[in-house]
Every structure is written in C-alpha cells, then in structure tokens.
Design a protein around this ligand. Sequence first.
Ligand SMILES: NC(=O)c1ccc[n+]([C@@H]2O[C@H](COP(=O)([O-])OP(=O)(O)OC[C@H]3O[C@@H](n4cnc5c(N)ncnc54)[C@H](OP(=O)(O)O)[C@@H]3O)[C@@H](O)[C@H]2O)c1
Length: 240
Amino acid sequence: MDLSNKTAIVTGASSGIGIAFSEKLVQKGTKVYGLARRLNKLQEIQQQLGDLFIPVEMDITRANDIENWVKSQFTEDYSPDILINNAGLGTFGNVEELSIEDWDTMMNTNLNGVFYITRQVVPFMKKNPNHCHIINISSVAGLLGNPQISAYNATKFGLRGFSEALFKELRYDKIKVSTMFPGSIATHFFGDDKEANTHPNMMQPGDVADTLIHLLETPDNILINEVTLRPLNPKNPDNQ
Ligand SMILES: NC(=O)c1ccc[n+]([C@@H]2O[C@H](COP(=O)([O-])OP(=O)(O)OC[C@H]3O[C@@H](n4cnc5c(N)ncnc54)[C@H](OP(=O)(O)O)[C@@H]3O)[C@@H](O)[C@H]2O)c1
C-alpha cells in the first residue's frame, strides 16, 4: 500500500507504540484518527504531529460510542484504509489474587474492544475500492502462557484466534489482516513511571513502528499475517 493520502484509525494513540505508529503514519502522509480515553494527551500529540493527526476521545470498551463515531465519520465514499487495533493493558498476579474487575477490564479492552471497532469498520472497508489492512497488536503473551499473566495471556491468545479467522474471512474482500506479537517495549505499559519500569534492552516504540509500516507497505497481493518481535537480549543490563 502506498500510505500517502490514506486514512487510518489507531486505537490507544495517546501513549507508547500508539504514538509511534501515528507519528510514522503521519510522516508517510496518512491521515490518522487517534483514539484513546485521554483527550488531553491526544491533543498534545496533535500539537507535535500536526493536523493529519485527529484526536478522538473514545473508550473502546463502549460499543455504542464506537458505532456512533464510525457511522458519523465514514460514508460509502469515505472509508478507512487502515485499522490498527493497539489499545490494551495488562494487570498481573497469581490467579487467586486477580480480581474479577481486572479480568473484565482486560477482556473488555484487549479483546471485546477489538471486536466492537472491527465489526463497525469492516463494512466500510468492503466498499473501499483500495486494498485495506487491519493490524492487531497481540504480544508474545499471545503465543506463550506464563505464570502471573494468565488473564493477559487469555486476551492475547484470543486476539490471535480472532485475527487468524479474520485473515481467512476477509482476504477475498481485498482486506489484509496481520497480527504483531511483540516482546517487551519501553512504554508506559508497565506503569506510569516509565523510567523505573523499563530498561535499555527493551525494544523502542519507533523500531516496532518501523515493522508496522513495513507490513502496511507490502505489495497488494503480499500478506505478512503474523510477525514476532523480540529484544535480542531481553535482560536488564543492570541485573546481568
Ligand atoms: N509494552 C510492551 O512491552 C508490550 C508488549 C507486547 C504487546 N503490547 C501491547 O501493545 C499495545 C500498546 O501498549 P503500550 O505498550 O503502548 O502501552 P501504553 O503506553 O500503556 O499505551 C496503552 C494505550 O492503550 C490505550 N487504552 C487503554 N484502555 C483503553 C480504552 N478502554 N479505550 C481506549 N484506549 C485505551 C491507552 O490510552 P488511554 O489511557 O488514554 O485511554 C494508551 O494509549 C497493548 O495492546 C499492549 O498489550 C505491549
């Protein structure tokens, strides 16, 4: 896909890799609707990226709000070309300590929210004369289960199944579906105090975004449906 003059929706655009995805897309000339709950953060990003970045205050766990926004924004003649399902969060701990509220929040954000927005966007993509692309951000936790992250694992494994089914369902509609499975990235995912919770051997958001751009720019009849990204050496240099 030639990214200039295309239209993208990026969920979770107020932080972390969502900012990096938005920045790289805007640099390519793509209009980006950046969705997240914190409008003030999105507005700060617009100050940096300019008017090709459009802040949209949205909680992706609210199906009705998503339906209203998508239907008010897009028409038969104006469809999104790209959907990046990136918004997500993780709460970790032993299963008996994990609250039902935390389980529900992860399911509603990481899995249900992806369904809510994808089911609204796909009908517009089907009418789009261009090839379209949906990229879902899973995690290595969508490939490997591990202690203390069971609920997060469940959401990211679920997202893998959803993505694989969609890739097979939508390929003949000229809609690509890809899933990214990143390891540790230096973002606010691990807590508000990014300096304290990340280390230099984690992947950088901009490097992960370069891979996203590569997936999008593949020729129309090439689909990279899954890609795993890892830090080569994942250990904190202070603890080696
Ligand atoms: N960092 C890692 O090591 C890593 C590794 C593998 C996969 N991932 C995945 O990468 C994605 C992005 O994470 P990140 O590392 O960039 O973390 P982050 O810096 O914490 O960003 C998370 C983003 O999700 C948004 N979000 C959360 N709940 C939302 C909701 N209900 N509605 C709308 N937006 C919501 C947040 O925006 P608001 O708070 O403003 O709503 C924020 O923009 C997640 O799906 C995560 O699971 C991260």
